[in-house]
Design a protein around this ligand. Sequence first.
Ligand code: GDP
Ligand code: MN
Length: 349
Amino acid sequence: GKSPLAVTPADPDWDATLVSPAPGPRMNATFVTLARNSDVWDIARSIRQVEDRFNRRYNYDWVFLNDKPFDETFKKVTTSLVSGQTHYGEIAEEHWSFPEWIDQAKAKKVREDMAERKIIYGDSVSYRHMCRFESGFFFRQPLMMNYEYYWRVEPSVELFCDIHYDPFRVMHEGGKKYSFVLSLYEYAETIKTLWDSTKKFIKNHPEHLAADNAMGFLSDDGGDTYNNCHFWSNFEVGNLNWLRSKAYTDFFESLDRDGGFFYERWGDAPVHSIAAGLMLNKSEIHFFDDIGYWHVPFTHCPTSEKTRSALRCHCNPSDNFDWKGYSCTSRFFDVAGLTRPEGWESQKD
Ligand code: GDP
Ligand code: MN
């Protein structure tokens, strides 16, 4: 069939494209959600929207992961909402605990200090396990090994537009390995030495750098310092084989050894973003402008009025974060040589 991106609102097939069952070849792909049993009603809202806007026509699988066993309510509610197969996995202890080389007393002191300084999640042990798990382990869980592409979905997110193509197929056909809808500056206090660790890794493994990488997205001085730009990882569509590659796993293992998941509060968003920015070619990172999305407190609403009406979006365009001062998306457009969508200038702050 026709490539999914080739179908436009002017096309006579357009309306059919929005309602008909799964056009085109299926990808080897799954949704993936990390959640607690107590997240059940918040993830139910997310699933309902993903199904209504996309998956009811495609029926892709959904993998749920938890550091504790899922209870019957969680399994019953989510299985009834997902149109594809559901799978439930319990995370192995070694993927959700302190590695033996971590100095517990030092880690505890950091948490107390961050609590005093009111740094968000600064005092949390479980948040740190979560960030380390999302950085280094979700893609090699037994349930994930049979898939090539993933789409990460968190509790309490919103989708604002119909998705008129298969994003997994867009990734596959475009040779894309990582994607985003929102980008912003990371809270510097949580990643003080992340860039030093990154530079050490680059020195030890120059072979893992991509020739046409997006260093310009991450650094304003050719790599000397980090500008804190990152892709927001609560939404991700990506290639699992890339995360399972020697390049990515060498990077994760080097960071993990340095201990910043516990001695600071490194997030999986800057970790994934730095990896994508340095070890992928820019053309392998995709911006899904068509996917209207909200995770507290930021919105991505397609800039172009034409796109919003063609996709029946229900977001308020003035909420769109893309061109505001705290977004890094403009920078990505410049680095990747992309043309800004029609109407972007009126959305600057
Ligand atoms: P935020 O988006 O950074 O504020 O963090 P969230 O609270 O949304 O957590 C990110 C993701 O990890 C969500 O999918 C949560 O459901 C999940 N998560 C966070 N903490 C835990 C935990 O302790 N156990 C499990 N199983 N999932 C968690
Ligand atoms: Mn969240």
